[in-house]
Design a protein around this ligand. Structure first.
Ligand code: ADP
Ligand code: ZN
Length: 761
């Protein structure tokens, strides 16, 4: 009986393949879906997940198929438009991902079309190429001026040329090409472009192909493998100190999935910053890895995506947008360095890839591992409460213990007592010893540039960006004052523009000068060059490495031993595994500590612990020197003690007291406008509206603000913000949808709704 039913179903679906179907298409940025008729000639190539061009009003629009129905017997009260020129048809996502996209659309209150558009790498390069081949050069059609040009171009190109290029080269050649083809002089082929090789370089020799795991690693691996073997949602935290071998555990867990033909997805903060991590995965797992990040050329990135959709690769490694990767038969999702703020997207669809990894795991029934040496308090709380399984790696595999810490109180030494302005005797001594032992050092200063700002020695005036309410940073290498928010450059004035106003008395007599205050990576680099003129010193920050290859080159020079001291911003605190590095100095631990953000202390603790974790990862022991002006601050004291649990306990208590995440859910609304008073006024109205809703529905939602944002102006837009705190997501989601649905009648006002905000500035 069952067999007969099945047989009938198969027959019906075969029959429908030759009939007209209906499809629902979503088109960014529109929120509703549109139904179209799909003529039989396109039927075989279109399914849920296809990207398609459809008629919309008087134009053609690109959208995504989200539903398909082959049963078109039900009559509709209106006539449907039919797909006529669908464009290049291919799958952009797997049908089983649709539920995930719908969940996201609901949670962030965004149109489904925008979610899919964000998920899919863009731009989508052309899949087919049209090539023109020369068959014979004679006889040329009479009276054509263009035909001889085409033949000449083909001859000089060696007999074949890309159709598009030819059309660009010779204006108006389409007609002549057709004639030449009919006359049998040329042929025109449309062919699918070959996939490019995903990796162009060999796996470097240092990358291990297989390691004997130590007992703690083995235990974590078995726990993971056990969870992965069940087709269930299993979230866990892998909390291992820096250099404890978490990456090796991930690699082995993926290898086990691969053996069974199951897919894995790894998301990491910034691949460009950790190119050597991918080498380690390749060494053990081979080149069947699809890489997904924005520094890749769009064609390569799209091909990685396609290889996954078509089932040719089972492993994806990507940055935050990698969470959308169409991994076939997905069983394991790994979020490495899960505490990293870069998992949160700060424009457009403001999603958090770490959180979405968990949602995806829940919907697709797979294991999700969040790994870190410094888990976010949100994740830690989930592990402590038993929501996540808590796996730990308490020591480093090669026996080297955590590094030895020295905390230097910079208040206790006078400027003239120090070897140089920003380098204490302790750090200087450490560097001398490191260089003598032919080892390497990292020096962190978490701000780029040469001086944080320029200030007048007389009136204390500070030069601020005219577009943003922040100081402008002095860059020595380009001799420019630069705004790190809007990128505005100006030539630094020599004299104070405030007290030397034209015509003023001081301007005529003795003009007041501007002096440099604060430091940056350029300044530290300069000081170290003075102190160690013979050492090879390099710098890693957004100014010294603007491209992927440059990061790699800088890090490769450290691995080869050429670079002796590397100065950098937080970019050097990322997950680098460089065995020669034994000393880490942090020139100023206090950068970021006094930010008006409830996560400031957590962030500083994370960055200091992560930076320290770069020291002594192999056999030689590591040493860390932390320079500060607030030596009693818990972020510093606990870093020095390598005491994550002590730090998190104090911090969690403070969060509970003040009702901040992980004890509540946040929604931040930012208003921005060129009109100074508009943001606050708009948010005051919004607050009033929200308060009525909260009262009517009896929601347990607390409202803070509105208030001017800590950075009151960015890119010439004035800013204010409003914060909602709720116990759980559902009530906040109702509020979000209602507020987002209100009409905004002002052309100058921009409202941003940030669910689970990371950025509070
Ligand atoms: P984490 O990801 O926790 O920071 P890694 O996986 O990068 O740690 O490991 C740190 C270093 O220790 C790497 O160089 C790695 O190759 C090495 N390592 C990891 N596990 C072992 C092991 N079982 N035996 C020997 N070396 C190991
Ligand atoms: Zn600016």
């Amino acid at each position: 009986m069952v067999d007969r039913d099945l047989w009938i179903t198969v027959m019906i679906s075969v029959k429908f393949r030759f009939m007209t179907s209906r499809i629902d298409v979503v088109i960014p940025p529109l929120s509703q879906a549109f139904t179209y008729e799909l003529p039989p000639q396109f039927s075989a190539q279109v399914n849920v997940g296809s990207r398609i061009v459809v008629p919309l009003g008087r134009r053609q629009a690109t959208g995504f198929v989200v539903a398909r129905s082959d049963d078109v017997t039900k009559k509709l009260p209106y006539a449907l438009k039919a797909v006529d020129k669908p464009g290049e048809l291919f799958s952009c996502f797997m049908p089983q991902q649709l539920k995930f996209f719908e969940w996201i659309a609901d949670y962030y209150a965004e149109p489904l079309a925008n979610v899919i558009d964000t998920a899919i790498p863009s731009p989508v390069p052309k899949r087919f190429s049209k090539t023109v081949c020369l068959l014979k050069a004679q006889p040329l059609p009479a009276r054509s001026k263009i035909a001889p040009k085409i033949i000449a171009a083909l001859q000089s190109a060696g007999g074949r040329a890309d159709y598009g290029l030819l059309a660009k080269q010779i204006k108006g050649c389409a007609g002549a090409l057709k004639k030449l083809e009919e006359a049998g002089l040329i042929s025109v082929h449309t062919e699918e472009m070959a996939l490019q090789q995903p990796f162009t370089t060999a796996v470097p020799e240092w990358a291990p192909t297989e390691l004997q795991l130590n007992p703690a690693q083995q235990a974590a691996l078995e726990a993971l493998a056990g969870m992965t073997a069940e087709r269930k949602f299993h979230p866990s935290l892998l909390h291992g100190i820096t250099g404890s071998g978490k990456t090796e555990v991930y690699i082995e867990a993926i290898a086990r999935c691969l053996e069974r033909g199951e897919g894995s997805l790894v998301i990491v903060p910034e691949i460009a910053l950790t190119p050597q991590l991918v080498d380690r995965f390749r060494a053990r797992l081979g080149d069947q890895i699809a890489l997904l990040h924005s520094s890749l050329n769009p064609r390569v990135r799209w091909e990685s995506w396609r290889r996954l959709v078509e089932g040719q690769a089972l492993i994806a490694i990507g940055t935050r947008s990698g969470v959308f990767a169409p991994v076939p038969n997905l069983r394991l999702i790994i979020v490495d360095e899960e505490h990293d703020p870069s998992f949160k997207q700060n424009d457009g669809l403001r999603y958090n890839a770490r959180d979405l990894a968990l949602v995806r795991g829940m919907l697709e029934k797979c294991s999700v591992v969040l790994g870190s040496a410094t888990p976010s308090l949100e994740t830690l709380q989930n592990a402590l409460s038993g929501k996540f399984r808590y796996l730990t790696l308490p020591s480093r595999p090669q026996g080297s213990s955590v590094p030895a810490f020295t905390l230097v109180d910079m208040n206790r030494s006078r400027l003239y007592q120090r070897p140089s302005q920003n380098i204490s005797s302790e750090l200087y001594q450490g560097l001398i010893e490191t260089l003598e032992r032919r080892q390497q050092a990292f020096v962190l200063y978490n701000r780029r540039g040469f001086a944080s700002y320029l200030q007048c020695e007389e009136c204390e005036f500070v030069i601020e960006c005219p577009n943003c309410s922040v100081t402008m940073t002095y860059h020595n290498s380009t001799n420019a004052l630069l705004c790190h928010y809007c990128n505005m450059h100006i030539v630094p004035p020599e004299f104070c523009p405030n007290c030397n106003k034209p015509g003023s008395k001081s301007a005529a007599t003795k003009p007041a000068k501007l002096v440099q205050r604060g430091a940056g990576t350029e300044k530290i680099y300069d000081e170290l060059r003075e102190l160690f003129p013979d050492a090879v010193i390099d710098r890693l920050d957004r100014d010294s490495a603007t491209q992927h290859d440059q990061y790699r080159a800088i890090l490769d020079r450290v691995r080869s031993g050429e670079t002796q001291i590397l100065v950098g911003t937080q970019m050097i605190a990322k997950g680098h595994d460089l065995p020669g590095v034994t000393l880490v100095g942090v020139a100023d631990c206090d950068v970021g500590l006094h930010m008006p953000d409830f996560r400031a202390a957590e962030r500083v603790f994370q960055i200091l612990t992560q930076a320290s974790g770069r020291a002594g990862r192999a056999a030689a022991p590591g040493k860390v020197v932390l320079q500060t002006r607030v030596p009693q601050h818990p972020s510093l004291v606990r870093t020095k003690l390598s005491d994550f649990s002590g730090f998190s306990e104090v911090e969690l208590r403070a969060r509970k007291l003040l009702n901040y995440p992980p004890y509540c859910k946040l929604l931040r609304v930012v208003a921005a406008s060129v009109r100074e008073h508009e943001p606050l006024e708009a948010l005051t109205k919004l607050r009033r509206y929200a308060a009525r809703l909260i009262e009517a529905k009896q929601f347990a939602i607390q409202v803070l603000g509105p208030a001017p944002a800590p950075i009151e102006k960015i890119k010439a837009q004035w800013r204010a913000h409003l914060l909602f705190k709720a116990k759980g997501s559902p009530q906040l989601n109702v509020l979000l949808k209602t507020l987002k649905g209100l009409p905004n009648k002002s052309a100058s006002l921009k409202l941003i709704f940030d669910v689970d905000p990371q950025d509070m500035l």
